[in-house]
Design a binder for this molecule. Structure first.
Ligand SMILES: Nc1nc2c(ncn2[C@@H]2O[C@H](COP(=O)(O)OP(=O)(O)OP(=O)(O)O)[C@@H](O)[C@H]2O)c(=O)[nH]1
Ligand SMILES: [Zn+2]
Ligand SMILES: [Zn+2]
Ligand SMILES: [Zn+2]
Ligand SMILES: [Zn+2]
Length: 270
């Protein structure tokens, strides 16, 4: 998985976290304690290269899972519901979140963490919704990891925040393997991508709680085959709730916002 694209071997200093301009005092609690366990026992065992790759990859993922679990505990303690928003590049994550946060702003205090390889374009767009936005610039890393989220959380003002949306790096492969500690995995799948995407990227779709079919306003122009798309999603992700939306026209936004508010009530009730 990530070892194939080299993104799990993160060079020191490549990931950068950008907040808004002013500095704040650190009276909030920190979600992690900055210690980084290094169990390198696999390095000393002679394995053929495939098995060695798998061993290292599992070690990276289990370390990520531990940190994700810690993030999750932090979110629960604070009563924050967290969305991990995933899609291929350009499927409409930023447009969706901009509209969602704008619609919810009177009812719900929200914050956003946005990951991109480069530029803070998305963060600038998302700030228009009034939510606090933190940008993680990942450099060459094609996904977000639980540790990056933990570091970003240290810089955020989460008092009163009920909803945290994480816009992951646009990529249908690697982000699927990294739990961030979220409550809901939301996979955005636009009508312009082709109905077969769930079949080609099953790992991503298998772990989805919600699949949003986005840019539904373009369905007719691109001759989107809705039945086929629904069939493919059902086949790979029978567990997922499916909603059809357009961040442009607002179609489906009400159902989507309701879905978020329901998940919030559920996470508060636990
Ligand atoms: N017609 C239409 N266009 C949309 C919709 N949502 C997004 N777009 C357009 O699709 C393009 C990509 O949208 P973004 O919101 O930037 O997509 P993204 O998933 O955040 O992209 P990355 O962060 O680069 O992966 C932009 O030109 C948007 O204006 C929609 O509902 N309808
Ligand atoms: Zn990768
Ligand atoms: Zn702090
Ligand atoms: Zn985006
Ligand atoms: Zn990756």
């Amino acid at each position: 998985m990530c070892l194939d694209c080299g993104c799990s071997d993160i060079p020191e200093g490549i990931v950068k976290i950008h907040t808004h301009d002013h500095l704040h005092d650190h009276d909030h609690t920190h979600p992690h304690d900055h210690e980084h366990p290094h169990d390198h026992h696999h390095e000393h065992i002679a394995l053929d290269s495939d098995r060695r790759t798998i061993a290292i990859s599992q070690s990276i993922l289990s370390q990520n899972d531990r940190l994700a679990e810690r993030n999750h505990g932090y979110f629960m303690a604070k009563g924050i519901s967290v969305l991990n928003v995933l899609s291929s590049p350009g499927a409409g994550k930023t447009a969706l979140l901009e509209r969602t946060m704008t619609e919810l702003r009177d009812r719900l205090k929200s914050a956003i963490i946005v990951g991109d390889l480069a530029t803070d374009n998305d963060a600038q767009r998302l700030r228009r919704s009034g939510a606090e936005v933190i940008q993680i610039t990942t450099g060459s890393v094609c996904h977000l990891e639980a540790e990056m989220i933990a570091k970003a959380l240290q810089q955020m003002h989460l008092d009163g925040v009920k909803l945290l949306a994480i816009e992951n790096v646009g990529n249908l492969v690697c982000p699927a393997a990294y739990d961030l500690g979220e409550n809901l995995r939301v996979v955005v799948f636009s009508v312009t991508e082709g109905e077969d995407k769930p079949l080609k990227y099953p790992v991503m779709f298998k772990t989805a709680d919600i699949v949003l079919i986005s840019k539904i306003d373009l369905a007719e122009v691109v001759e989107f085959n809705r039945e086929l798309a629904l069939h493919n999603i059902h086949q790979i992700a029978p567990q997922a709730k499916i909603l059809e939306i357009s961040a442009k026209t607002g179609v489906g936004m009400q159902d989507w916002c309701q879905c978020i508010e329901q998940s919030l009530q559920k996470s508060l009730a636990v």
